[in-house]
Design a protein around this ligand. Structure first.
Ligand code: ADP
Ligand code: MG
Length: 589
C-alpha cells in the first residue's frame, strides 16, 4: 500500500521534484526527466535511459558520473513521451551522438523509436540498445522479445563507461549489446503492488504462493508454486539461471560473474541477505567467481513483494566496465574524481523545450486551421461523453486509463492548436502542434500513436494550399502505415488499426470516385463505426491486453472505439463547416 501522496495524477511529477531537490549536487531536473549535474565533454557520446516512474532507483536514480547522462521519466508505470525523451536528449547532447538504453516494454520501444527518428531528422546520430535480460518473459530463441529488468544496470553502466572514455558511438553500441547478450535475470513475486491513490492492487498473488517469472508490472510468469524457504528460493533462481548460460561463455567453472540480487519493494534487506548467503554458496560451489555483487533495490514496483537475481557473465573488457567507479544518487562504486574543469549545468539548458517555431501559413491554410480546431473540440466533447465507458473497456483487459488518457491528449491538442492559430499557423502546422501536444501529455500507447497520426496528417496537408480530399486521404494512409510500422499491429489484432485501416481504404476509394470531402468522410466514418463494433469478437494479440485475452472477448477494443468516436465527431464538423467545390475538390470555410 502507498500511504503518502497528494493528487495521484501529480505523483510522478512531485516525486521527480523532490528527488532532484534532495540530490542537487549530482543531478538536476529538466523538462522530461533528470540529467547529470556535470556536463559531458564536448564531442563525446551521451547515454540516455528512461522508462516509467514508480521503479526507483530505476531510472532516475541511475543518472550521475559513471552512469547515465540523463533519464526521461514517464508517468507512473507509463513510458516517457517521445517529446520528453527529445527534451532530455537536447539537454545533454555533447555533439558526439546519443545512445538510448532502455528496457524492452512496448510503450518504451514506441516512444524511444519515435524520439530517435525525430533527433535523426535533425542531424543527431542516435542509436538504441534495448535490454532483454528477463529469461521468464520469452524462450531463448525469441530472446529479443524478453523484457528488461535488473540487468539494465549492467548495460547502462557499460554504455556510460564507454561514452565517458571517449569511445565513438559504434563502440558504445557494441559494448552495451555485448553486455545485454551476457546478462540474464529471473524474478519471483509473493504479492502485487498498489499504485498511489488506487483502491485495490494493480495485480495480486494468492497468499502462500510464489509467481515464478512475474514481471514488474504484474506480467504473468512461468509458474505458480508454493512459497519456498529462502534457501529453496536461492536454489531455484541459481538453477534456472545456470540452465541458460550464454553461448559465448566457454567454461562455467572458473567463469567470473557480476551478481545483482534485487528487492522489488516490500522484501527487506535482511531477507535479501539471507537469500544472498545461499546464492553465494551455490555459485561458488559451481566454480564461479563473484565480482562486485550488488544486493540492493535496483528496480522496484512500489510495495510489490519479490526479488530478482541477475547473473552478468563477464569477460576482461566487460569486467572493467562493471568495476568502474560511479557516483549517482542510488549507485556508488569506487571513487569518482570530479575534475575541476567539469562544468555545471547551471543555466537552463538551451533548447530544453523541443518546440518548433511556427511559420505563418497561407490565408487559405489558416482558414482550414480553424476547422482543425473545431474538429478537435468536437472530438474532445465526444470523448468526454464516453470517458468512463472507455476506461471501463480498457480495465477489462488493460489498465483502465484509456478514457482519461484520450481526454488528456485531446485537451492538450485543443490548447496547442489555439496557440498555433494565434501564431498564424496553417492547417498542417496546427495538426503537427496538436500531435506533439497530444503524445506529450496523454501518455500510454494510444497517446503516442495519436501523436503520430496527427503529425502525418499535418505533413500531408501542409501550410500552403487548401486541404483537399486527396490530401487528407493520403495523410490518413501514411498515418496508418506509420502506426503499423511503429506499433507492429496487424489487422485483427484488436487495436485501433482495425478501425484506421478500413477507414483509410474507404476514404481513398471515395476520393477516386470524386466524392466531396463531406460525403467521403461520412461514408468512411460509417465503416469505422462498424469496424469498431466488430472488434468485440477479436482476441487481442498485442499491447497490454494480450495477457488477458480471454477476458476481452465480447467487448470492443477501447482504442478502436475511441477512434470511431473521433472520426464520427470530425465528420460532423466537416459537414457543417465545409462545402464541396466541385472543381477544386477542396476544403473551404
Ligand atoms: P496503454 O495500453 O499504454 O495503457 P491506452 O490505454 O491509452 O494505452 O490505449 C490502449 C489502446 O491502444 C488499445 O485499446 C489499442 O487500440 C491501442 N494499441 C495498443 N497497442 C497498440 C499497437 N501496438 N498498435 C496499435 N494500437 C495499439
Ligand atoms: Mg490503457
Amino acid at each position: 500500500m502507498i500511504y503518502l501522496f497528494n493528487d495521484p495524477a501529480q505523483f510522478a511529477d512531485e516525486l521527480a521534484e523532490g528527488y532532484a531537490a534532495a540530490h542537487r549536487d549530482k543531478i538536476r531536473r529538466v523538462d522530461g526527466g533528470v540529467i547529470r549535474r556535470h556536463k559531458a565533454k564536448p564531442g563525446q557520446v551521451v547515454v540516455i535511459i528512461g522508462g516509467g516512474s514508480g521503479h526507483y532507483p530505476a531510472f532516475g536514480g541511475f543518472v550521475g558520473q559513471g552512469l547515465a547522462h540523463g533519464a526521461a521519466l514517464g508517468n507512473v508505470f507509463a513510458a516517457p513521451s517521445a517529446q520528453q525523451i527529445c527534451n532530455v536528449a537536447h539537454a545533454v547532447d555533447a555533439g558526439g551522438g546519443i545512445l538510448f538504453c532502455y528496457a524492452n516494454y512496448a510503450g518504451d520501444v514506441l516512444n524511444f523509436t519515435q524520439a530517435q527518428e525525430r533527433l535523426r531528422a535533425r542531424g543527431i546520430d542516435v542509436r538504441s540498445v534495448v535490454v532483454t535480460d528477463d529469461i521468464a518473459s520469452a524462450p531463448l530463441h525469441e530472446h529479443y522479445k524478453r523484457r528488461g529488468i535488473a540487468g539494465t544496470l549492467a548495460v547502462f553502466k557499460a554504455a556510460a563507461v564507454a561514452a565517458d572514455a571517449g569511445k565513438p558511438l559504434d563502440e558504445a553500441v557494441r559494448i552495451a549489446t555485448a553486455v545485454n547478450d551476457r546478462v540474464r535475470s529471473l524474478g519471483v513475486a509473493f504479492f502485487g503492488c498498489t499504485l498511489p491513490g488506487a483502491a485495490k492492487p494493480l495485480f495480486e498473488v494468492a497468499p502462500g504462493i510464489m509467481e515464478v517469472g512475474m514481471g514488474i508490472h504484474g506480467e504473468p510468469g512461468l509458474d505458480r508454486i508454493k512459497a519456498p524457504s529462502a534457501d529453496e528460493l536461492a536454489e531455484m533462481l541459481v538453477g534456472k539461471l545456470l540452465a541458460e548460460i550464454p553461448v559465448t561463455v566457454n567454461n562455467v567453472s572458473g567463469a567470473r560473474v557480476g551478481v545483482i540480487l534485487n528487492g522489488l519493494g516490500a522484501v527487506k534487506y535482511e531477507e535479501l541477505f539471507v537469500v544472498y548467503r545461499k546464492i553465494e554458496q551455490l555459485l561458488t560451489a559451481r566454480g564461479l567467481t563473484i565480482v562486485a555483487p550488488v544486493v540492493d533495490e535496483m528496480i522496484t514496483s512500489f510495495d510489490m513483494a519479490g526479488v530478482s537475481l541477475t547473473l552478468f557473465w563477464l569477460n576482461d573488457e566487460l569486467e572493467q566496465s562493471w568495476l568502474a567507479a560511479a557516483d549517482t544518487p542510488a549507485f556508488h562504486r569506487g571513487v569518482i574524481v570530479y575534475d575541476n574543469f567539469a562544468m555545471n549545468h547551471d543555466a537552463e539548458p538551451k533548447e530544453s523545450r523541443d518546440n518548433h517555431l511556427i511559420k505563418p501559413g497561407s490565408a487559405q491554410s489558416q482558414g482550414a486551421a480553424t476547422i482543425v480546431l473545431a474538429a478537435l473540440k468536437a472530438a474532445l466533447e465526444a470523448i468526454e461523453a464516453q470517458q468512463d465507458e472507455l476506461g471501463r473497456l480498457d480495465a477489462i483487459a488493460g489498465d483502465g486509463d484509456h478514457g482519461i488518457g484520450m481526454q488528456r491528449g485531446l485537451t492538450a491538442a485543443v490548447e496547442a492548436v489555439g496557440t498555433a492559430i494565434a501564431a498564424q499557423a496553417g492547417a498542417g502546422a496546427a495538426l503537427i502542434a496538436a500531435g506533439d501536444a497530444w503524445s506529450d501529455r496523454a501518455g500510454g500507447t494510444s497517446g503516442m500513436l495519436w501523436g503520430v497520426i496527427l503529425r502525418n496528417l499535418g505533413n500531408a496537408v501542409g501550410d500552403e494550399s487548401k486541404p483537399d480530399t486527396a490530401m487528407i486521404a493520403t495523410g490518413v494512409a501514411t498515418a496508418l502505415q506509420a502506426v503499423i510500422d511503429l506499433g507492429k499491429a496487424q489487422l485483427n489484432d484488436k487495436t485501433l488499426v482495425d478501425v484506421l485501416h478500413p477507414f483509410s481504404i474507404a476514404l481513398m476509394k471515395s476520393t477516386t470516385q470524386g466524392l466531396s470531402m463531406a460525403e467521403a468522410w461520412t461514408a468512411a466514418a460509417e465503416i469505422a463505426g462498424q469496424s469498431a463494433e466488430a472488434t468485440k469478437n477479436l482476441i487481442p494479440k498485442i499491447g497490454r491486453a494480450r495477457p488477458h485475452a480471454d477476458k476481452s472477448i465480447g467487448n470492443p477494443d477501447p482504442g478502436a472505439v475511441s477512434m470511431a468516436l473521433i472520426i464520427d465527431a470530425v465528420g460532423k464538423i466537416i459537414g457543417k463547416h465545409c462545402f464541396f467545390d466541385a472543381r477544386s475538390q477542396d476544403l473551404t470555410e
